[in-house]
Design a protein around this ligand. Structure first.
Ligand SMILES: Cc1ncc(COP(=O)(O)O)c(C=O)c1O
Length: 385
């Protein structure tokens, strides 16, 4: 049977198609007004003083670490439960990712374990708002300030995530978003760095384009420029940015549907034995705003052993699923070969990697599909022996 309820589906309408055609009808494909307009629109959505469009979230994170001058001998604390990109962005500079286990309740970094991982080599702490659930940035900031560390927020799944009303990405020194197709909004490939630090934003702008001092339109004599730093080509094209402008307009609506779907699915799952929903944190006096990337369930011991069968049966019944993420990053072959990470230290991350199942709540679906997902899951679980 084909997948009737896909896990993710980019919502691309006539507006995006028209916007792309408009760019393609003119001569400016990079270095143009669309990227600037997208930056302004995204900055307005998150209420950021500065936003810099880049070619992906990974590129944005790499740029930030590169701009700090990180290299061999430096360490960055990152969550074990994340996409490998969070670690690669560190490792690409020559610095070492130092992994910290997750909390089992939320999947977010266990803040209680951060301080023990800090050494004289630590330069930064990276956090990931796991599946859009806000990390308690007040506590992370306090630790970082005590040790004078840079804080990078990996906001790949956090468009719409807020803590006490302040958007994710603005609690640390910088935040980086992803616009990969199944994210909250898409530009096909793309990312955005946000920061309150104007000098850092200027540096990122410079380094995303070869370290060249003048953008195309700013050159007095065409073709003449100076190179003032070592840099990359991590720009976002006008085509991608044109899609992004249309997507940001739709983002509040997307988030509304995600929230409704999440609630409906969560309600429908109640009473199904053998599973638990991973949820956002609800500390007293703090307002945690989730961005509902997906609904992640943890299977009990019996079902976890048969997770492959559960997934196969769900997919066979037409319901798309995913796993966030398949391994704690230090358990991936590449990282095992790099350093002797002790995998007994990441037991909660391992539990989430091995027992979880991500269910879709995206705006391509409605509450009818949520009821169908719950019903299918119930039937599948009943059939697992
Ligand atoms: C937490 C996290 N960080 C980074 C990335 C990488 O984003 P991009 O593909 O835009 O580089 C992902 C991709 O899914 C992710 O989940």
């Amino acid at each position: 049977m084909s997948i009737k309820i896909p896990f993710g589906w980019p919502i691309i309408d006539d507006e995006e198609r028209r916007a792309v055609t408009e760019v393609l009808s003119g001569p400016i494909l990079v270095h143009g007004p669309k990227a600037t307009e997208f930056e302004a629109a995204f900055a307005a959505f998150v209420d950021a003083p500065h936003a810099v469009a880049v070619s992906s979230c990974t590129a944005g994170m790499h740029l930030l670490y590169f701009s700090l001058g990180l290299g061999a001998g430096d360490e960055v604390i990152i969550p074990a439960m994340t996409h490998v990109a969070t670690a690669h962005a560190v490792a690409l500079t020559g610095a070492k990712p130092v992994f910290v286990d997750a909390e089992l309740e939320t999947g977010n970094i266990d803040i209680d374990k951060i301080e023990a991982a800090i050494t004289h080599r630590t330069r930064a702490i990276a956090v990931v708002h796991y599946l859009g659930m806000p990390v308690d940035m007040v506590r992370v900031r306090r630790i970082a300030d005590r040790y004078g560390l840079f804080v990078l927020e990996d906001c790949a799944l956090a468009c719409g995530t807020r803590l006490d009303g302040v958007h994710a990405g603005l609690w640390g020194n910088a935040g980086v978003f992803s616009f990969y197709p199944v994210k909250h909004i898409t530009t096909a490939e793309g990312g955005m760095v946000v920061t309150r630090d104007g000098l850092l934003a200027d540096r990122i702008r410079l380094l995303r384009a070869f370290g060249v001092d003048r953008a195309h339109g700013e050159r007095k004599v065409p073709g003449v420029y100076e190179t003032v730093a070592l840099g990359f080509n991590y720009r976002m094209s006008e085509i991608h940015a044109a899609i992004g402008i249309e997507q940001v307009r739709k983002l509040p609506g997307f988030l509304q549907v995600r929230g409704e779907n999440y609630q409906a699915l969560r309600d429908s799952l109640q009473g199904i034995p053998g599973l638990r929903v991973l949820e956002g944190q609800h500390g007293a006096g703090t307002q945690y705003t989730h961005s509902w990337y997906c609904l992640n369930i943890l299977l009990d011991d019996r079902l976890a052993k048969q997770r492959a069968k559960v997934i196969e049966a769900m997919n066979a019944a037409g319901v798309g699923t995913s796993v966030y993420y398949p391994h704690p990053v230090p358990r991936f072959q590449y990282y095992q070969q790099q350093a002797s990470y002790d995998n007994r230290r990441y037991i909660n991350a391992a539990a989430i990697a091995d027992r979880s199942l991500a269910l879709p709540v995206g705006p391509h679906l409605g509450t009818k599909e949520m009821a169908s997902i719950a019903k299918t899951l119930q039937t599948v679980i009943k059939g697992i022996h």
